[in-house]
Design a protein around this ligand. Structure first.
Ligand SMILES: NC(=O)c1ccc[n+]([C@@H]2O[C@H](COP(=O)([O-])OP(=O)(O)OC[C@H]3O[C@@H](n4cnc5c(N)ncnc54)[C@H](O)[C@@H]3O)[C@@H](O)[C@H]2O)c1
Length: 438
């Protein structure tokens, strides 16, 4: 599959020029064989999952290409879809002319606001490019339908919460590649110039051979959206999805995946062969927090003996630390500080006037790829990095050393019995040594 190289990504201006050049070439091309495969004219986008990230992704998509129009929105909940649409249309009355221009391209008629578990189908049918930003559990279903309908897509991380979901997305991404569709992942650090340049140096030997890695995502707790008496248990869980493993994958999959993806990237996209982990919940013990843990500590093992020591926790009042380090025979790279120490000292510095917004860069790349007819397919790393997180969760929940192959072939399907607003049993919090690997 196409993989992003570690080299500097094209600048925003270069990407836009690439799209414009492809369009200009089509306009002047006398021979069909000389015509590029890229798309010209208005690209209709649709958003599935109208929460904070989805709304942000829609803005990024609108800013990426002057001929993008947002035409459809879908969410399980009408209030979420309406709030998102309000935020996006309100850009049209901004004092800032650039923001105003984005708002004018939000052209969603009321009949294109879709609500419910099937909303994704109607949104995907109505657009050329879909932004998939729901609660992670639903991603495999949405990716499969988008590929079936031949749509390009932006796919937020993580791409699944269990191994059957990962396998489904692996298959969908293969089909997307065969159909020439772009699949750009929300693992946004891959689109950060600063991180790319740091890792390029690591890959070029600046710290020598890698001997160990460490990554940490220690933060406070996240939001909780309460409970209303009229909500069914399913509605409560979908609204408070962070706290239910079936929905979020637990925070190691939902949040720490960013760090794990950087570690895999440092290892040149070679993934660990096994993991041993421990974890549990010491702060979030109230039943309102469902069945997720609030901390994990993992040791990942690679085939060549290298290990990564990984820690993530969501504890209020405790020290926060988000950092990743690669230790080599000649020095050390700090991926968050974009710095190399040791024999080949180096620090990334922003060039004059440079804006390195990874959230924007990923959308610039997506739309430039559609314009140029050169699809990007981030499927391989977005699936593998999701599995890397699930592997550690399986190891922590069971208390066993779990291999990559075991995780990939796991039959544990976390899906609820039905997608309907009804009762839903909450599986007990996993007890290591008692929970069995399936
Ligand atoms: N790349 C990043 O840095 C980054 C940052 C934040 C969130 N995210 C990811 O983006 C996704 C969304 O996160 P968020 O913070 O916006 O959460 P959110 O709860 O604000 O938004 C999720 C939205 O999806 C809707 N939804 C749930 N199930 C649905 C379904 N079956 N069909 C349609 N809509 C559905 C919810 O009602 C909600 O409006 C998550 O996967 C999260 O991990 C990525």
């Amino acid at each position: 599959m196409h993989q992003l190289s570690g080299s500097n990504p094209p600048s925003r201006r270069e990407l836009i020029q690439a799209g414009a050049a492809a369009a200009a070439l089509t306009a002047g091309a006398p021979l069909a064989s000389a015509a590029p495969r890229g798309r010209r004219g208005v690209l209709k986008i649709g958003l599935v999952g109208c929460g904070g990230r989805g709304t942000g992704a829609a803005k990024n998509a609108l800013a990426a290409d002057p001929e993008v129009e947002l035409v459809a929105l879908g969410d399980t909940f009408a209030d979420h879809a309406e709030n998102s649409l309000k935020t996006l249309t309100s850009m049209a009355s901004s004092d800032d002319s650039e923001t105003q221009a984005l708002g004018k391209r939000v052209v969603v008629p009321p009949e294109n606001v879709f609500v419910g578990f099937d909303a994704y189908k109607q949104v995907i049918d109505a657009c050329d490019v879909v932004l998939l930003a729901t609660t992670p559990h639903f991603r495999p279903l949405h990716v499969a339908y988008a590929v079936e309908k031949g749509k390009h897509m932006f796919v937020e991380k993580p791409i699944a919460t269990d191994a059957p979901g990962v396998r489904s997305v692996i298959e969908s991404c293969k089909q997307a590649k065969a159909k020439g569709l772009s699949v750009v992942s929300g693992l946004c650090y891959r689109y950060s110039s600063a991180t790319r340049e740091t890792l390029q140096r690591v890959h070029d030997g600046a710290i020598g051979d890698i001997v160990a890695l460490e990554c940490t995502y220690n933060t406070g707790g996240l939001w909780h959206r309460g409970r209303k008496p009229e909500w069914s248990e399913m509605e409560y869980q979908v609204r408070n999805w962070l706290y239910f493993t079936w929905a979020s994958g637990d925070h190691i999959t939902e949040q720490h995946i960013h760090s794990l993806d950087k570690i895999a990237w440092a290892m040149q996209d070679e993934y660990p062969v096994a993991a041993t982990a421990s974890g549990g919940r010491v702060q979030r013990t109230d039943p309102k927090y469902g069945n997720v843990y609030d901390h994990f500590n993992t040791v990942y093992e690679w085939a060549n003996g290298v290990k990564c020591f990984s820690s993530c926790r969501q504890w209020n009042g405790a020290k926060s630390n988000v950092s990743d380090f690669v230790h080599g025979t000649k020095g050390q790279a700090s991926l968050q500080a974009h710095k190399i120490t040791g024999a080949d000292k180096w620090r990334w510095r922003k060039k004059e006037g440079e804006v390195d917004d990874m959230y924007q860069n990923e959308h610039d790349a997506l739309f430039a790829s559609i314009r140029s007819g050169e699809p990007i397919n981030n499927g391989e790393y977005m699936c593998n990095s999701t599995l890397m997180a699930i592997l550690a969760r399986m190891a922590a929940y069971t208390g066993q050393r779990i291999t990559w192959d075991q995780a990939l072939n796991s039959q544990e399907d976390l899906s609820p019995p039905a997608y309907e607003w009804s009762d839903l049993e909450t599986r007990p919090v996993a007890v290591p040594g008692v929970r069995k690997f399936v």
